[in-house]
Design a protein around this ligand. Structure first.
Ligand SMILES: Nc1ncnc2c1ncn2[C@@H]1O[C@H](COP(=O)(O)OP(=O)(O)OP(=O)(O)O)[C@@H](O)[C@H]1O
Ligand SMILES: [Mg+2]
Length: 375
């Protein structure tokens, strides 16, 4: 799929912006704090219906304005699709697809998809398990298959159960919640496990390429409870385990096992990257995961999603930069932000559209690219 047109009105620091994209390589070039990341965020929102960074929409609206609008036109194999989003102060939003209003954000999901990689994602390697679970959940939420209808009820039931635990409820009272919890937990685990099994070999392959065969990345899902035998048995087995832990859970006032306690293990050359990976290694690990995510999305959706790379090249050494750029397939429309063009190989810049971003304006850039490296 390809983004052909993007229009912003009072979105972040853009009073008004209209951009047309002709090709598949787009570079947003500009100094700090000009609006490069804001553009990638706008594109990411079109796939998710909400910001990947903010829990409340208000921050998306230009300061002192009542509303923000993002309009877009995509080209997909099945034809063109327009997605328009309106965010109003106070949390109201409207979604239009091909001119028709959609009731829920879930009606938008799966229409277009993006893989977003920002500097913040690096924290996933050394951060708490929640940041790695979030990676897996974000991808599953973008895929068709109703993952949100599992994850969101699970989170609600979990919150209710935790409240009962804090109130020192009787075991009989917990039973009803535990049965529900087990049902959702088992289905969530099934989806997560099959996704991780799918990305693991792909991430290993990408990591191998990016590091020129020097590092071996193993990706493994580590559930917080025993998952043996057929997935059909997981619900009853989880229920048994959660029952056994009721006393403990009552004492600690929270639920000690379940999908909210799982972890995604990232093992580099046999060692847990959580405790030793260098900055560059962390970056390469997350890149490999994101490229694997891109492969899985392509496979499941039937066409390549957009790849959004925010300031990613800067901290990779030249070898890794080249390997990364090489490994992005021609069919993938890629948006890259940068403060200088010297990060790119001359080969990559050829055929790229460059936009100079300055204080909420984007100007097609026609400059001298001799600063770029040979490659
Ligand atoms: N709701 C908003 N209204 C107006 N301006 C905003 C809003 N939200 C963010 N901004 C401003 O947008 C500016 C540009 O932000 P952005 O993160 O896109 O910059 P950038 O070009 O990616 O910079 P860097 O190279 O430092 O990453 C920031 O200075 C920020 O203050
Ligand atoms: Mg930025």
């Amino acid at each position: 799929m390809r983004l052909k047109r993007l229009e912003l009105l009072d979105f972040r620091n853009y009073p008004r912006l209209e951009l047309e994209f002709e090709g598949k390589r787009e570079i947003f070039l500009g100094d700090n704090a000009q609006g490069k990341s804001n553009l990638l965020e706008a594109i990411a929102i079109l796939a998710r219906g909400r910001s990947p960074f903010l829990s409340r929409d208000d921050g998306l609206i230009r300061w002192d304005r009542p509303q923000a609008i993002i309009r877009s036109l995509f080209e997909k194999e099945e034809g063109e699709i327009s997605i328009d989003l309106l965010f109003q102060k106070g949390g109201k939003r409207s979604i239009k697809v091909n001119g028709f209003y959609q009731k829920r954000v879930s009606d938008l999901l799966g229409r277009v998809s993006t893989v977003l990689f920002t500097c913040g994602d690096i924290g996933m390697v050394k951060g708490p398990p929640a940041s790695r679970r979030a990676f897996v959940d974000e991808v599953l939420l973008q895929l068709p298959g109703g993952y949100s209808r599992l994850l969101h009820p699970y989170e609600k039931i979990l919150a209710q159960r935790n409240q009962l635990l804090r109130l020192q409820a009787a075991p009989g009272e917990l039973e009803v919640w535990d049965i529900q919890l087990a049902k959702y937990a088992a289905s969530i685990e099934e989806k997560r496990l099959s996704f991780v099994r799918e990305i693991a070999p792909l991430a290993r392959k990408h990591h191998f390429l990016i590091t020129d065969g020097k590092e071996d990345l193993e990706v493994r899902w580590e559930p917080s409870f025993g998952l043996e035998g057929d997935p059909l048995l997981w619900s009853s087995s989880f229920l048994e385990q959660v029952r056994e832990r009721r006393e403990k859970d009552l004492a600690r006032g929270s639920t000690s096992i379940g999908p909210h306690r799982d972890d995604l293990r990232l093992i580099l050359d046999g060692k847990d990257s959580h405790s030793f990976a260098s900055q560059g290694q962390q970056r390469s690990i997350v890149l490999s995961l994101k490229l694997a995510e891109l492969d899985v999305l392509t496979e499941r959706i039937g066409e390549a999603p957009l790849l959004l790379l925010d300031d990613v090249l800067a901290e990779l050494d030249i070898k890794r930069q080249n390997k990364l750029l090489e490994s992005i397939g021609e069919e993938i429309q890629t948006f890259v932000t940068t403060t200088h063009l010297s990060d790119f190989t001359a080969g990559w810049i050829q055929g790229a559209e460059i936009f100079a971003i300055e204080q909420g304006k984007a100007i097609p850039f026609r400059g001298n690219f001799s600063a770029s490296r040979e490659g």
